[in-house]
Ligand binder design. Structure first.
Ligand code: HSE
Length: 376
């Protein structure tokens, strides 16, 4: 029997308890929720009210609890509690992307020192497995590019904009009702949530901590329906993309609305779905697709981490406390679709850096410019 403690009984924490209750009997591994910690009195929502506590020290002192699931969110108390659990040698699973991007390197280091595992599959792509397949690939291959749609809210907004006449505000309200959006929806709309997830993937790919604030980020708020018509004319659609590549000069990264050719698989990742494409030196492109958020998919991803922890063959995730520098955005290179102001004209630039493009367009009255995701 594996005893776990769940910290935080919101959507993710309660989703996990419900999943264990509904499916636990069919699993080879027997999982028991020994404690649920929350500052609110959630005892009436629990199957066994005696599992409810506000005292985290009880959990730290209980050697029967080997796995702590952090479902509080944010970094304030989550960081302290996770750190204490890892220092005690308890394994920790979390879906908390803020915690991983801010303290990932330190927490992984502590976990490695105490032979604990710090796992965060659910922090990127919700129910879509990305971290584990990527980590396994890394054991034998080199990751040279990561691209994808890692924010369900903005994907839902842009997908709906491209196929209906609903207003931006109505679509945002729709998505908020579905519980995908962050408390502050600007985190989604501004591209920051996706940038955090890209930072996690690139930290894993490079073995060093990346600061998500170094990633060039643009929101979807300037995208209009006319932009979709314009993009469609040239065979593209607009997706809220994260895109990072690694070459001999360093790491390049962006989180922004970007044109994707309509024949590309990422163009068909619609509504709140997520997808990640990982390009490796030897295998080429791998693609992972699935539910990017939601109570049950996220709980299932956490459960998968719990199973991995219990498997003797699983190695802990790792990256160092060294900071990986992202190259200046002026050196980011891609093709662009340029709409020329005042003339019924548009063209696609060569594959060149932002700086070179600016030079090329010096004498062109640019009405709007879109970056194109190019792939091979
Ligand atoms: N706000 C996030 C999204 C939730 O829309 O994808 C999942 O991380």
């Amino acid at each position: 029997m594996i005893n776990i403690a769940i910290l935080g009984y919101g959507a993710v924490g309660s989703g996990l308890a419900e999943l264990i209750k509904a499916k636990g009997k069919t699993w080879q591994l027997q999982i028991a929720v020994k404690y649920v910690v929350d500052i609110r009195d959630v005892s009436s929502q629990l199957e066994n009210t005696a599992t409810y506590t506000t005292n985290f020290d009880t959990i730290l002192a209980d050697d029967d609890v080997t796995i702590v699931v952090e479902a509080i969110g944010g970094t304030e108390s989550a960081y302290n509690l996770v750190k204490q659990a890892l220092l005690k040698g308890k394994h920790v699973c979390t879906s908390n992307k803020e915690l991983v991007t801010t303290y990932g390197a330190e927490l992984l280091q502590i976990a490695s020192n105490t032979q604990a595992k710090f796992m965060f599959e659910a922090s990127v792509g919700g129910g879509t497995p990305v971290i584990q397949p990527m980590y396994r690939t890394l054991q034998i291959d080199q990751i040279i590019e990561v691209a994808g749609i890692l924010n369900g809210t903005t994907n839902y907004i842009l997908s709906t904009m491209s196929t209906t006449t609903k207003t931006y505000e109505t679509i945002l309200q729709d998505v908020q009702q579905r519980n995908y959006a962050e408390k502050n929806p600007w985190e989604d709309v501004g591209g920051f949530d996706a940038a955090r997830k890209l930072a996690i993937l690139l930290s894993l790919a490079t073995g060093n901590q990346l600061n998500f604030r170094d990633i060039h980020t643009e929101g979807i708020n300037n995208i209009t329906r006319d932009d979709f018509s314009f993009a469609h004319e040239f065979g593209f659609t607009i997706k809220p993309l994260v895109w990072g590549y690694i070459n001999q000069n360093g790491i390049y990264a962006i989180s922004a609305p970007i044109l994707v050719h309509r024949k590309h698989p990422l163009a068909n990742v619609c509504n709140a779905f997520n997808a990640a494409m990982i390009k490796t030196a030897s295998t080429g492109n791998l693609m992972f697709y699935g539910e990017g958020a939601g109570k049950t998919p996220t709980a299932t991803a956490i459960m998968a981490d719990i199973f991995r922890i219990c498997s003797a063959t699983t190695h802990g995730l790792t990256w160092s406390t060294n900071t990986a520098k992202i190259q200046p955005f002026d050196d980011f290179s891609c093709c662009k679709l340029v709409q020329v102001a005042g003339k019924n004209r548009a063209f696609i630039t060569a594959h060149e850096t932002e700086h070179a493009t600016a030079e090329t367009l010096k004498n062109v009255p640019v009405a709007k410019m879109f970056r194109i995701y190019d792939y091979d």
